[in-house]
Design a protein around this ligand. Structure first.
Ligand SMILES: [Zn+2]
Ligand SMILES: [Zn+2]
Length: 270
């Protein structure tokens, strides 16, 4: 199901209207791409030789200490605080999981994905392949502010409180043998392997000089069930679920040299 917010944002984008933080823009499928590279392997014949795991949201409630969850208590390193948006709101924990040890580069990391419960927008591609210092906190234009935070750590303990927005549910992380697609052929929620680009591949260089590497993919309009008492998310595609980045397909590209726990760039496509 397509998001009405996406459709509206696409219209505004096509009309060339100014975007504001409150407009919740989404990228147009026809938007000019500045960082264009041809895929080296056709999508239909792409082989998934790298270790890849599929992620599923289960109906089983998560408890504090669970490591693979949506919502619940984030497992943060002692020097990591619960991320807050630039607007001052503490971010919602969308998901966290242990990256299986045999995933190249990132195996053994604990991954956490947060987004402000009040800001639901897209992350737009920057003009330059080289990302600026602290791009996770001060993202390059046309992005106006950082309303997300993707973290990694290896020495965490559960926070003393649970996320108040999303239903705490366990995730399963299961080895994918072949394509990693869903039944309808679209990409699945996965960690490791290769990205299944909806548009042309995008590549970026971390502020530290390392080329960012593919870490995980979150499919379009993946719904994260909300707690009954939580407010509806602005511009979500369903009343009882939250979504990340307006429901765009999300590709998490992370620094393989770990220059910062937050050195991750969330590419959005649709
Ligand atoms: Zn915010
Ligand atoms: Zn880096």
């Amino acid at each position: 199901m397509r998001s009405g917010a996406n459709a509206r944002a696409r219209h505004e984008s096509d009309q060339g209207h100014a975007r504001s933080a409150a407009d919740c823009p989404s990228r147009s499928a026809k938007a000019p791409k500045l960082l264009v590279e041809q895929p080296t392997v056709p999508a239909t014949s792409r082989r998934y030789r790298r270790r890849m795991y599929l992620i599923e949201i289960t109906p089983t409630p998560a408890v504090s200490g669970d490591r693979n969850t949506i919502g619940g208590s984030p497992i943060l390193a002692p020097d990591q605080t619960w991320p807050a948006c630039r607007c001052g709101t503490r971010m919602a924990l969308f998901f966290q999981l242990d990256i299986p040890p045999d995933v190249p580069t990132f195996g053994g990391d604990h991954l956490l994905a947060f987004q402000c419960p009040r800001h639901n927008e897209a992350c737009f591609p920057p003009r330059e392949r080289q990302l600026p210092p602290h791009y996770w906190d001060r993202p390059p234009p046309p992005n106006e502010m950082s309303f997300w935070r993707i973290l990694r750590q290896r020495t965490g303990v559960p926070a003393s409180t649970a996320d108040p927005y999303l239903r705490p549910l366990r995730l399963t992380v299961a080895r994918a043998e072949k394509s990693g697609g869903r039944r309808d052929g679209s990409p699945a929620f996965r960690v490791g392997g290769r990205p299944a680009w909806l548009q042309r591949p995008e590549r970026y260089r971390c502020a530290c000089g390392s080329d960012l590497a593919f870490l995980a993919q979150i499919p379009e309009n993946l719904g994260f069930p909300k707690r009954p008492e939580a407010d509806e998310q602005q511009d979500s595609f369903r009343a009882d679920e939250y979504g990340m980045f307006l429901g765009n397909e999300i590709y998490l590209l992370a620094c393989p040299d770990w220059c910062d726990p937050a050195a991750v760039w969330p590419v959005n496509q649709n």
